[in-house]
Design a protein around this ligand. Structure first.
Ligand code: H2U
Ligand code: ZN
Length: 350
C-alpha cells in the first residue's frame, strides 16, 4: 500500500468516541486554515474595581429579595434568589397523557462567591485562596449529598458563557434526580467496570500518561489533560491519580495540590489569548443514593468556547445541533498550544 493512502488522524476526517458519554465527535483536521469573517466577541479585558457598589455579590451589598451580603472575608455561600429547583415541589402525581410524560422534581440552588474581591478570577487568586474554594465545593457536596441524588457544582465564567456578573463565583444545583449527562457517564463507567474490573477513567489516565501527548499539567495527585474525545477547542479533563469517588473524600494534601494544579492550568487558559478565559466547568463525583459506585472516578470538566483568539469563539450550531459535534483543531494540537504558553499570568508579566 502506498504511504499516502494510509489514514492519518492528523490529516484526515475521522470520528472519535467519547468513552464517558458514549457519543461520537467528528474531527476535521484538514480544515484548521478556514478563514473567519463572522462574529467576534469583545475581549472583556477592562480593569474592574476591587469593590463595585452595584455588584450583588460584593460584601455588604444588597441582593434580590432584600437580602444583604455579610462582610465576608474569603468565600460566601447563599441560596440562589432565583433557584431553578425548589425543595418543596409535591412529588406525587406527574403527567402521563398519551405521549406527554413529565415527572415532578425537587432540588436546591446556591451561589458560591469565591472571593470578596470583585476584580479577581480563580487564576489570579493565590493557591491558598483557591484551596478555600476547593474546601467549599467539598463542603457543599457533603452537606447536600445526603439529601439529593445529584449535586452539580459548577462555574460559569465570562459574558460569552452567559455569566451575568464578573465577580468570581460559582453555583451548586442539587436535584432529586440524576440528570442526563451524569446518567450517561454512570452507564458507561459501570459497563466498563463490569467488563474490566477497573474504573474506566483510571485506565484512561494510565494510557494518557504513557505518551503524555495530551497532558497539560501534572503534580503528585492530579493530572490536567485535553481528552482524546474533546469537543470544545481547548477542553480540559481534570483527574485524580488515586481512585476517588467524591470531592469530600480528598485529603488535605490532595486539596492543596488540587488548588495548585487549578491555578497553573487556569493561568495557561488566560495566557493562551491574553484574556480572562471564559469557560463552564464543573465536578462529576459519584451520585449519592447509597448505591455501589466503585466504577465512578471523580473528575472535573472545563468547556471553554474560544477558538482562535480572545474574540472568536466556536459555535455549536448547524451540523452540531442536527447531527453531531465537530471540531477542526485536534486535541493534540490544542494540548501542544496550551503547553507552549508562559507559566506566569500575562497580567503579572505586564
Ligand atoms: P451566573 O451569572 O453565573 O448565572 O450566576 C448568578 C446567579 O446569581 C444567578 O443564578 C443569582 C442568579 O439567579 N442571583 C441571586 O441569587 N440574587 C441576586 O440578587 C442576583 C442574582
Ligand atoms: Zn462584586
Amino acid at each position: 500500500m502506498k504511504a499516502e493512502t494510509l489514514f492519518s488522524p492528523e490529516l484526515h476526517p475521522h470520528r472519535r468516541y467519547n468513552q464517558l458519554t458514549g457519543e461520537w465527535i467528528l474531527v476535521s483536521p484538514h480544515r484548521t486554515q478556514r478563514p473567519w469573517q463572522g462574529q467576534r466577541e469583545s475581549a472583556g479585558n477592562e480593569q474592574r474595581p476591587a469593590y463595585d457598589p452595584t455588584c450583588y455579590l460584593c460584601p455588604g451589598n444588597k441582593r434580590a429579595g432584600d437580602h444583604t451580603n455579610p462582610q465576608y472575608k474569603d468565600t460566601f455561600v447563599f441560596q440562589n434568589d432565583f433557584s431553578a429547583l425548589l425543595p418543596d415541589t409535591p412529588l406525587t402525581g406527574g403527567v402521563e397523557e398519551g405521549l406527554l410524560h413529565a415527572e415532578p422534581v425537587q432540588g436546591l440552588c446556591r451561589v458560591i462567591c469565591f472571593s470578596p474581591r470583585h476584580d479577581l478570577t480563580l487564576p489570579e487568586m493565590s493557591v491558598e485562596q483557591i484551596g478555600r474554594v476547593v474546601d467549599v465545593w467539598a463542603e457543599q457536596i457533603k452537606d447536600l449529598g445526603p439529601r439529593y441524588k445529584w449535586v452539580q457544582v459548577f462555574e460559569n465564567k465570562g459574558a460569552v458563557m452567559g455569566c451575568s456578573n464578573p465577580h468570581p463565583h460559582g453555583q451548586v444545583w442539587a436535584s432529586s434526580f440524576l440528570p442526563r449527562i451524569p446518567d450517561q457517564e454512570n452507564t458507561n463507567q459501570q459497563q466498563y467496570f463490569q467488563k474490566h474490573g477497573r474504573p474506566l477513567l483510571s485506565d484512561y489516565l494510565a494510557q494518557e500518561l504513557e505518551r503524555k501527548l495530551r497532558v497539560i499539567e501534572a503534580n503528585q495527585h492530579w493530572v490536567m489533560l485535553v481528552p482524546y474525545w474533546a469537543t470544545w477547542p481547548f477542553e480540559f479533563l481534570l483527574l485524580p491519580r488515586r481512585h476517588v469517588k467524591r470531592l469530600p473524600e480528598l485529603t488535605a494534601e490532595e486539596r492543596a495540590s488540587l488548588a495548585e494544579i487549578l491555578q497553573r492550568s487556569l493561568i495557561r487558559y488566560d495566557n493562551l489569548f491574553e484574556t480572562s478565559f471564559p469557560y463552564s466547568m464543573g465536578w462529576h463525583g459519584a451520585p449519592n443514593d447509597g448505591g455501589d459506585y466503585e466504577h465512578w472516578q471523580l473528575h472535573a470538566h472545563f468547556y471553554p468556547p474560544l477558538l482562535r483568539s480572545a474574540t472568536v469563539k466556536k459555535f455549536m450550531v448547524g451540523y452540531e445541533m442536527l447531527a453531531e459535534s465537530q471540531r477542526d483543531l485536534t486535541a493534540e494540537q490544542a494540548a501542544q498550544r496550551l503547553r507552549e504558553v508562559p507559566e506566569v499570568h500575562y497580567k503579572q508579566l505586564g
